[in-house]
Design a protein around this ligand. Structure first.
Ligand code: CTP
Ligand code: CA
Length: 224
């Protein structure tokens, strides 16, 4: 099995993966973030490595060990993740955006810890750069894979993101109470321009192997 994995379409290919949440600073001691554990991205990095790929993982703050044989680049914010990904996009064959990137960050970061002088506090937020969309429009561009975490209308929103961001493949997972974030198991539905596949519900490790196999198949068919 190991031998057949290693002779597969991802053997020797350079795979760049983002994982985990990002943290957007409010002041020196506080940030906005989300419930991502990083488990899916780390499992993908390990599966890609086992498929013989050279893997770089750009990771937000998580409490997971680095997968063996994978180069981990640690970042905090969406802006830092964007910078580290764009510095490497020209040198990768496949990009997988598994990070739960914060969509908004505070417009300004307070220099000192905010004091609770007032009853109400308003934070002004600004959109972060869309890393996945930037990778998809980069030329030359890698085989580009996104995730779509949705609480409703999963298929419709995933197909919409696939088309709108110009991706090669998208893996959709339902999130919400008891599903998706911060859990060991997950459910994945995968869509690409000409088809779709239900990868079922399983551990993130098992789903990562299935998704990496499918990415290898699709990447191989586009014979780059
Ligand atoms: N993503 C990214 N950079 C961002 C936001 C999202 O690279 N600033 C990537 C995620 O890693 C994921 C994909 O975009 O692969 C979709 O993320 P998701 O949050 O589902 O979609 P958004 O495009 O952010 O749209 P929305 O949150 O409004 O559904
Ligand atoms: Ca988002």
């Amino acid at each position: 099995l190991e031998a057949c994995w290693r002779g597969g379409p991802l053997a020797g290919r350079r795979v760049l993966i983002t994982a985990g949440p990002t943290r957007e600073a409010i002041d020196p001691v506080r940030f906005l973030s989300n419930r991502s554990s990083g488990k899916m991205g780390y499992a993908l990095a390990q599966a890609a490595r086992e498929a013989g790929a050279e893997v770089v993982l750009v990771s937000g703050p998580v409490s997971l060990p680095s997968p063996a044989g994978v180069a981990v680049v640690a970042v905090e914010s969406a802006a830092q993740m964007y910078e580290q990904v764009m510095a490497r996009v020209a040198d990768c064959d496949v990009f997988i955006g598994a990070a739960a990137v914060a969509d908004y960050a505070p417009v300004t970061v307070a220099g000192q810890k905010l004091k609770k002088h007032r009853d109400r506090l308003q934070l002004e937020l600004v959109r972060t750069p869309d890393i996945l969309a930037a990778v998809a429009t980069h030329r030359p561009r890698p085989f580009t894979v996104g995730f779509a975490a949705e609480t409703e209308r999963v298929r419709e929103y995933a197909r919409d993101k696939l088309a709108r961001k110009g991706l090669d493949l998208i893996a959709a997972n339902p999130v919400g109470p008891g599903q998706g974030f911060d859990r060991d198991d997950n459910t994945l539905w995968v869509f690409w321009p000409g088809g779709e596949r239900d990868l079922g519900t399983a551990s993130k490790k098992a789903l990562a192997r299935r998704l990496i196999t499918l990415i290898g198949e699709r990447y191989g068919q586009e014979n780059r």
